[in-house]
Design a protein around this ligand. Sequence first.
Ligand code: ATP
Ligand code: MG
Ligand code: MG
Ligand code: MG
Length: 469
Amino acid sequence: MTGVNEIRSAFLDYFARHGHEIVPSSPLVPRNDPTLMFTNAGMVQFKNVFTGAEHRPYSRAVTAQKCVRAGGKHNDLDNVGYTARHHTFFEMLGNFSFGDYFKPLAIELAWNLVTREFELSRDRLLVTVYAEDDEAFSLWRKIAGLPEERIIRIATSDNFWAMGDTGPCGPCSEIFFDHGAHIPGGPPGSPDQDGDRFIEIWNLVFMQFEQVTRDERIPLPRPSIDTGMGLERIAAVLQGTHDNYDTDLFRRLIEASVELTGVPATGTARPSHRVIADHLRAAAFLIADGVLPSNEGRGYVLRRIMRRAMRHAELLGAREPLMWRLVPVLVAEMGRAYPELHRAEALIAETLKLEETRFRHTLARGLALLNEATENLSAGDRLAGDIAFKLYDTYGFPLDLTQDALKSRGIAVDTEGFAAAMQRQREEARRAWAGSGETATEAVWFALRDRLGATEFLGYDTETAEGVV
Ligand code: ATP
Ligand code: MG
Ligand code: MG
Ligand code: MG
């Protein structure tokens, strides 16, 4: 069986053999893009290279990039523990061409890697192309010899990538693995494509245009390639499981969580152990990259991740802080590939322990209040927004923690009511400030927030009420 660490090396070595420079992962906090909350793809560190604003001494690169998709435009937080394929933290393997090779070699390199090096059966593979991309369609026919019915044309934005409203963009082509008819889910483009049977393992982006204005798109003189393959997903395939959480690395984290809590990973405890393992990785890597829990911005996303995990530890009956005790297991698994974990090990453990200790009693009291408030609610009902706000304000429950807590019972939260309660409280706070010797900075802050709205003022790509708080 091929372990995660070997698969990562195999990917990097393969592309190095094909003339790619091995470039280290960039940090999770993007240096070159203040609008982006976390690095969420391999291409992030190369954005300026793709636009031509920055030059590198190589035109082909390969990376294993740390990514977080929690908060911001890409937010997989709610999927974690419930789908077989989503994490908040994951590693994206990618090869890049900066105006060097384009579609034919990109497809050939990808196909040879999965079918020859990784020896996946071609009968289990299918690909998508952008509906208008006849070129990619015929290249998959020619290079991979795939029959036409296994090359699916998709007309949606899933298969058209753009850096932003303007800038480089182009069609993409994704490789899917069929985990077998015993798993529910349909092929890409079908109504039940979100099941776990056909899992997207690799996305190839063909950057061939530049969006100049909203209406004008011109071909790039030297088109580029950007690809991303989820390490955890390809590991699942290579280890003969359809589930990322059954791969070697996750099994070890989950075993440790089972051992510490004494609760087997079955029934309702199964998602809890998965969330703990996933959120441990996200929290540890974020802390190692300098994010600390706080009440705003990136620090608040970290806090939300940590607190969600703590609720699941509580569900498993843990009466003592748990997460920090799992840190050595994670460092043993991933510390070789990511030495920053070794360097920050003590800080990670201390930060987790402190947050767990602080949150423990308000967590228990808040959960008691939540139980009481939802006693008479059933599936399809909504929890009143002012209760969700009280949990947030008095007990430190991030909104998504409350939502997650009610998910299994099919109860939603009145998020508009929550936002309104928060707004009311802010207005009261502001009235209290007036005439109380408000400083210049505070006056500017409130003025700016009024003008821009709380969401924009944060400057992040936030979509839901969670982003505001
Ligand atoms: P999905 O449709 O499954 O959510 P995606 O299309 O959002 O995936 P991309 O943005 O194309 O994903 O990212 C490239 C690759 O990174 C994907 O093909 C997948 O292998 C991996 N990946 C994306 N999101 C996650 C995640 N949350 N957890 C683990 N791997 C992921
Ligand atoms: Mg996605
Ligand atoms: Mg997708
Ligand atoms: Mg994709």
